[in-house]
Structures are given as C-alpha cells and as structure tokens.
Design a protein around this ligand. Structure first.
Ligand SMILES: Nc1ncnc2c1ncn2[C@@H]1O[C@H](COP(=O)(O)OP(=O)(O)OP(=O)(O)O)[C@@H](O)[C@H]1O
Ligand SMILES: C[C@@](O)(CCOP(=O)(O)OP(=O)(O)O)CC(=O)O
Length: 421
C-alpha cells in the first residue's frame, strides 16, 4: 500500500448524559425511532457524568468495528447501521495540511471506521448510558468525517440510535421534539436554554441498590404502546400542555412550577408503565420512600423546594434549587434515612461535586451516624433508617453539550494502527 494510503485519522469526543423532566415513552415508528410526544431534559455536567468515544477512519481498515468499553461488539444492529449510514451521507473530504494529503472521505467509498466508545461513569448506576453513548458516537463520527451540518441534523441522526440520545447533542435545557412530518425529518432536538441560564439548579442522583432485572426502555415502551390506553391520553392530551408549561417554568426559572411538573410527569410515566400489560414496575420500595421524603420535605416548607424523577429503573434524580440555601439540610435528611453500609467510604458514598458534604458539615461517616432526626420527619414519618438502600449519591448540575477532546494522550485509539490502546 502506498504511504499516502496508510493514514489513520482519529477523533475523540466527550458527550454528557441527560435526564428527562417530561418523559419520552413510546414510538410512532420503531425503525426511525420517532417519539410519540415531545420530551424535555436537563443535560448533566460532563465533568461528573459523560461518555468518551474515539473513532478512526483509514483506507487500511477492512470492515467497520466497534469496541464498547474495550470489548468488541457486533455492529449488526439496525440502530448502529442507521447512524453510520446517515453520518456517512454527510461526509466531506479532509485536507491534512501537516501531512499534505487529501483524505477523501466524501461518500466514504471503501473506507471503514473503528469506534471505541466508553462510559465514564459507573455502569452499575444504570444511568441512560445509551443516550450519552449514541450521541457521542454520532458526534465523534461527524467530527471525524468533517460533517458540516449543524447539531439539529446530528440530533436527528442520534435519535435513530436511541430516542433520548437526540437531547444529549446540546447542553442546558433541551426539547426532544416528536414527529410532525411523515419521515421524521423534523423530529430533532432544540436547545431551550444553555446551562448557564439556571446555574443554581442542583441535581442529586440517588443510585438505589437493586438486584431486580429491569425491562429495557425499548421493549418496555413497545409493550406500553401496544397495550396502554392511558399512554394515548398522555401523549395527546397531557404532554402537549405540560411541554408549554415546562418551557415557561424553565424560561422564568420558576422552581415551584418546574418541580410540580417534573414530579407529576415522572408519576404519570410510571402510571402508564403500570397500565401496560403485563405491568412494568420500574420503582422499588426505596424509590417510593424517596418520593415520600421529598413530598414531606416540600409539605413542611410550604412550597416545592425539591423535585424527583425516575426513569426506567429504581434510581432517582432529585432536582433542587439552592436559592433558599436549604440543600445542606435536605442532604442531611437523605443521609439520615439512607446511610451507607459500614464498609463504604465517604468518597464513594458521594461522588461528583462533593462540596455538598462540606456544606452539610459531613467530614466522615461518624457525622452521618450522629445526624439527628430531620424536623420534617418528626411529626408523621417514622425516623427509620434504610442502611445501604441507596448505594451512593451523585451530585451534579446542568452542563454543556458535546466537545472534541484535543489532548491526543486521552485518545482510546492507537493513532498508528487505529486499534484500541
Ligand atoms: N457508550 C456507548 N456507545 C455506544 N453504544 C452504547 C453505549 N452505551 C450503551 N450503548 C448501547 O446502548 C445499549 C443500551 O445500553 P444501556 O442499557 O446501558 O442503556 P440505558 O439507556 O441505560 O438503557 P435503556 O436504553 O433501557 O434506557 C447497549 O446495549 C449498547 O448497545
Ligand atoms: C424513561 C426514559 O429514559 C426513556 C428513554 O428511552 P430510550 O431513549 O433509552 O429508548 P430507545 O429510544 O428505545 O433507545 C425517558 C426519557 O429519557 O425521555
């Protein structure tokens, strides 16, 4: 092979995950992944939770290959193929000034790609890894192939990998909009506000211990579409109005309205899961106890200070606005009811932004054991402790969208051979 044909071009990118505050649940078209209703999400700070993907293209590669977390996986799935085909169709040539070579990528001809996605957060947390993962794959491939189209086009491609992935193309607050045109060309994500818009919003993820095997979102929502009448009512009558109200709440940084809508939508999502035949149970006893704690807290404060939301599993995302400086007390309440097992150290009990520990005056595990009963529980809730039921908390905030990683030492692909390092 001539030297000019030996080149390997690589790109590494990082993409955040997101949490839906108005849920997407149900597809109108399974192949194109067209959601039956709009959804709204908050993108999480990639410094705390993100996926990193390195991709490479070279005339030397013989076929498309992917190594997920270092292990080679099959690319036969329609979702990966659809994303690859769509990104390829937007490819442009790359002029490498340093090497003086024109890397002919347009249409990609016989060129193949190698992809190395990794998830940078504990997979045991079961946090929408497909959302960040598929968005990162599409974003990094688009950068590799010198795609000129904007993020809205990339969001429509990522949606064909996973419905929730379209929202991870943007930072801040994002609407993942549903099908209006028959071919789904208008089913794209739109940024409502960037991450700086509401920078005192705190997000705490309670990773609930669970041994239960969960129904995947893909098969769960298919069964709901086939069997739940409540879902039709939700998609047609409830969500459109809620989307308008949620956009207004975000625009005005109106936390009580944001909290009311977030909790109501999470509850309705789990209600449609229960309305599915056979019913799907994503929450467990710990999830229900967290809801109870949040409701008691909000009731004792007189106005919603905390919002909860649960996706397709028992772990909880708690949203909190710091304006009232109530966060440390709320966190003390959480640690009182859900203290860690004795073999856990503080650094693995709270990850992400650990300043919450200092603010709550917690320096070591003894401080958690010494916490007194939270005032809002004294009246009518038992002061019972559920040790180990929350494995750990992740404390984070709204964050930015995808970004290219320029530091070559962080690439997951060997630049000479285009194989995983
Ligand atoms: N970083 C990634 N890059 C590429 N594909 C990924 C990545 N992470 C996950 N996936 C793909 O998404 C699939 C679903 O992953 P996982 O079950 O962890 O996602 P999830 O979003 O938590 O679940 P669900 O889709 O049920 O909500 C995996 O089987 C894998 O094919
Ligand atoms: C409950 C949810 O998290 C469902 C996410 O579903 P996925 O995007 O994982 O499903 P597929 O489109 O089949 O890949 C709600 C949401 O994120 O909007």
């Amino acid at each position: 092979m001539a030297n000019a044909e030996k080149w390997v071009l690589t790109v590494t990118a990082q993409t955040p995950t997101n949490i839906a505050v108005i849920k997407y649940w149900g597809k109108g078209d399974e192949d194109l992944i067209l959601p039956i209703n709009d959804s709204i999400s908050v993108t999480l700070d990639p410094d705390h939770l993100c996926t990193t993907t390195s991709v490479a293209v070279s005339p030397a590669f013989t076929h498309d290959r992917m190594w997920l977390n270092g292990k080679e996986v099959s690319l036969s799935g329609g979702r990966f193929q659809n994303c690859l085909r769509e990104v390829r169709s937007c490819a442009n040539d790359v002029e490498d000034e340093k090497e003086g070579v024109l890397k002919s990528l347009k249409g990609l001809g016989d060129l193949h790609v190698h992809m190395c996605p990794t998830i940078d957060f504990p997979t045991a947390a079961g946090l929408a890894s497909s959302a960040a993962g598929l968005a990162c794959l599409v974003f990094s491939l688009a950068k590799l192939m010198n795609v000129k189209e904007d993020h809205s086009r990339l969001s429509a491609i990522a949606r064909q990998g996973s419905g929730s992935a379209c929202r991870s193309l943007y930072g801040g607050f994002v609407n993942g909009s549903f099908l209006k045109e028959e071919n789904g060309s208008d089913s794209i994500a739109v940024q409502l506000a960037d991450e700086k818009h509401w920078d005192d919003l705190v997000i705490i993820i309670a990773v609930v211990s669970s041994r239960q095997k969960e129904t995947s979102s893909t098969s769960g929502m298919r069964e709901t579409v086939e069997t739940s009448m409540l879902l039709q009512h939700r998609a047609k009558e409830v969500v459109p109005e809620r989307i308008i109200q949620m956009e207004e709440a975000i625009k005005n940084r109106d936390f009580p309205a944001f909290a009311r809508l977030t909790c109501a939508d999470s509850n309705q999502f789990h209600a449609v899961c229960l309305d599915t035949l056979p019913p799907i149970f994503y929450m467990n006893d710990t999830s229900h106890r967290i809801i109870s704690c949040v409701e008691k807290w909000n009731c004792s404060e007189g106005t919603p200070q905390v919002a909860y939301t649960f996706d397709a599993g028992p772990k909880c995302r708690i949203n909190f606005t710091q304006t009232e400086k109530l966060l440390p007390n709320f966190f003390k309440g959480c640690s009182f009811h859900f203290p860690p097992n004795s073999d856990t150290d503080l650094n693995s009990y709270v990850i992400g932004d650990q300043t919450i520990l200092q603010d709550a005056g917690i320096k070591d595990l003894k401080d958690i054991e010494a916490l007194s009963t939270p005032p809002e529980t004294k009246e009518n809730l038992s002061a019972q402790k559920y040790r180990g039921d929350v494995s750990y908390f992740i404390c984070t905030k709204p964050g930015r969208g995808p970004a290219v990683v320029n530091d070559e030492s962080r690439s997951l692909i060997n630049p000479e051979f285009g194989l995983p390092k």
